[in-house]
Design a protein around this ligand. Sequence first.
Ligand code: M6R
Length: 614
Amino acid sequence: MCGIVGYIGTRTAYDVLVKGLHRLEYRGYDSAGVAMISPEGKLNVYKTQGKVEDLERFCDSKDTAGTIGIAHTRWATHGEPNDINAHPHMAPGGRIALVHNGTIENYGVLREALEREGRVFRSETDTEVLVQLIEYIKETSGCSTLDAVREALREVVGAYAIAVVDLDNPGTLIGARKSSPLVIGLGEEETFLASDATPIVEYTDKVVYLNDDEIAIISRSEPLKIITTDNQPSQIDIKTLRMSVSELEKGGYPHFMLKEIFEQPRTINDCVRGRIGNSGSQVTLSGVIENKDKFLNARRIVIVACGTSWHAGLIGKRLLQEIGRIPVEVEYASEFRYSNPILDERDIVIAISQSGETADTLAAIQMAKERGAFVYGVCNVVGSSIARATDSGTYIHVGPEIGVASTKAFTGQVTVLAMLALAVGSIKGTIDKQVKADVVKGLRNLPSLITKTLKLNDQIERLSATYTYAKNFLYLGRGYNFPAALEGALKLKEISYIHAEGYPAAEMKHGPIALIDRELPTVVIAPDDEMHEKIISNIQQVKARGGSVIAVITKGDETIREIADHVLEIPQVPECLSAIITSIPLQLLAYHIAIKKGCDVDMPRNLAKSVTVE
Ligand code: M6R
């Protein structure tokens, strides 16, 4: 999970590359580098530990001329983040440079074999093995760089998206992919290469998504050519991007995370638009209509996902069971793929992923397909690997999410899962007419309910100052809001580095209650729903032990206001949609606590936006 950019054309490549790296920095930000072929025919490689802005400072007085180049922003897997392990990696001959996103699993064996041939390695990375292997094949067989790349890729096991420049072909850029994304942007007399479309969108809307085992030959003088690693020609399928540059900028907010939190009235509107009408209770999901029989006859549904998407999956389980009356299991994709699951053509697997690139989710999908299950995707990034690997699906359409902490994607995922449950419940006849009408009305009202909820921002900012001291936090919720508690805890820990645990409120007395003292704040998600009475007693149990309570309550709930230390009031919302609303104050709480602690909320330490490695 690193970011790759490549450029060939008439502009100064360095400018395009660095701008592109900034866009891809969400994918990794522990080191960055560029390689350009200068007009004098020199391969200039500059790289440094740190963020892209550090690279820019490093390159300040360097020769960055040239109209062809490649660049990389890294999230370390093999070898610690330092200057040497940073990409691009050069072959010892100094004529080939390569950037890589992914993991070469057999790099140890390959490295030993190359070392036996007398080759010396400078870095600890798997990537250097690949570039050395390309150079070795080229030198020993006398073949072209393209053939050497092709041969090398046939020898490696693992995942890769790569971009290569070499001095023997200064007018050609080579890109290739297997299980890691790579998009080609087709401009006028210029071509772009990137891990996703964000570095490309301001130059062209014409893109080609490379498929697994394909190699792109991007030449200054000839049209784009794509071949497979078996040397067969591939079809070039040009798509039109639906993305705007403004979506990729902070739009006046100090951080992408805050911008994305505040975008939610619009993103949820985009998510439901065309799927529910302005009136009535019709829900139209083409993926369900086209696969009606699959959903009618499904024996069970297995939801696979990671992180925040897994939390959305837990809510999806409840929705699909309650409304669609289908048994549902929710699995961490990383566990599921190694669990030898019992699956066949009677099962539906729903894969949820914002990025559509998460390696474990992708592997779970492949396994499910091999076993005959029908795989349905709930993704955000259009054209992503998961979106393309699934049999059908529904996009959440919340626009690019750049902050590492997922916010608007979570609410979009839950919204799609609610619509999915309604669509399935309708075709199965398992949903009461009035209930359906109420939930659809609730979906329609979500944007305005979110707008009201966002008014809590100032109160939460003030409140956050009280809690920066905390070393631990407990989040409690019940029913639909237990996953919201897990999500609230994840938000806090990933951006503020405060340890936080989410728990079903009633489970607290079976262990975590022992943790409660004056030092442990508890966030209780307690809207006015069926569990209201029960959660009040959970709050009392915390208070009786000296703990402080921040409660998310429905507006006007005087009972909880009396006993909690702080209350955050949200509007009334149908119970099955409530996590969409309750998660918003929790996003804001995590954001403001992290800001008060001086943390980098958009690029928290050790994390990256999409996890394309195991
Ligand atoms: O792109 P995905 O939804 O597949 O990503 C899954 C997780 O990596 C992601 O949700 C992660 O947990 C977020 N950083 C949480 O905010």
